[in-house]
Design a protein around this ligand. Structure first.
Ligand SMILES: O=C(O)CCC(=O)C(=O)O
Ligand SMILES: [Fe+2]
Length: 267
């Protein structure tokens, strides 16, 4: 009796034998300005496994938005990426991203969830998630700019060995691959942070988050100007540092200022 009441009062969506049950993740404030929050346990092991299945065989060389407005494959981002189709589990993660941001933003503000994969030596050089070339990428018709980012660690492990491959190279666990925010001026002095951030890092280098499976970083990309105008916050500059060994898979959820056109958002 108590059990079924608990199920009824929490939000449970069913689709086939899948139920959307949000994990009780913990939020740790990293910075008030820019707003950065650390989300411990944002993705469950089931979700991480399912996301990797959806992406299996789909990864392609990542594109970077180029100055001419065309997506260009560029050495600043040597990882591979893919968007994932929106099934019941992916919708569950989207619901969580909306709830985190105050419930009242429609799902149409969310870009399709993107996964990004890095092998040894692969990295994403310093960039902002907000578009610096707003005229090309952030018009009202395109949903405006990227108001917030959620970056989660889906996989941080030894590379999945090919069945035929017994070499030791594939067996080494993930080293490197942190997410560095060089302009984030927040000395995280409590040693409890050291599970999540690189406490050995030089003070001048801002904050480097360790790739910890299931955990995520949330931050806001834009600062208000007068009226409804906004500008990008340069302090959100960040990089995916080079992976040294193993494999890293991350998940991006980008929230736009306004609804995306259905052609971008999908169903
Ligand atoms: O890989 C990382 O740690 C960061 C990735 C990133 O910033 C992005 O995909 O926009
Ligand atoms: Fe980024």
């Amino acid at each position: 009796q108590g059990h079924s009441q608990a199920l009824m009062s929490s939000e449970v969506h069913r689709s086939g034998d899948y139920s959307c049950v949000h994990p009780p993740y913990k939020v740790h404030l990293v910075s008030r300005s820019p707003l950065v929050m650390y989300l411990e346990g944002f993705l469950t092991a089931e979700e991480r496994g399912h996301l990797q299945e959806l992406a299996n065989g789909q990864f392609q060389q990542s594109a970077v938005a180029g100055a001419a407005g065309a997506a260009a494959v560029h050495s600043v981002r040597t990882s591979q990426s893919t968007t994932v189709p929106r099934d019941a589990l992916v919708r569950c993660i989207e619901d969580r991203a909306i709830a985190l941001q105050g419930f009242n933003m429609p799902a149409s503000h969310l870009e399709p969830i993107q996964l990004v994969r890095y092998g040894p030596a692969q990295h994403y050089h310093y960039h902002t998630d907000w578009f610096t070339d707003a005229a090309a990428h952030a018009t009202a018709a395109q949903g405006g700019n990227r108001a917030s980012s959620i970056f989660a660690y889906v996989r941080a492990a030894a590379a999945a060995a090919a069945a035929s491959d017994t070499s030791k190279a594939n067996a080494s666990s993930l080293t490197g691959g942190g997410t560095n925010f060089p302009l984030l001026d927040v000395p995280l002095r409590d040693e409890r942070w050291c599970r999540f951030v690189d406490c050995d890092d030089e003070y001048e280098h801002g904050v480097t988050f360790r790739p910890v499976e299931g955990n995520a970083i949330y931050w806001e990309n834009l600062l208000p100007l007068e009226g409804r105008r906004t500008r990008g916050d340069q302090r959100t500059l960040h990089a995916g540092l080079p992976v040294v060994s193993g494999e890293k898979i991350g998940m991006n959820i980008w929230t736009r200022e306004a609804p995306l056109p259905p052609s971008v958002r999908g169903e």
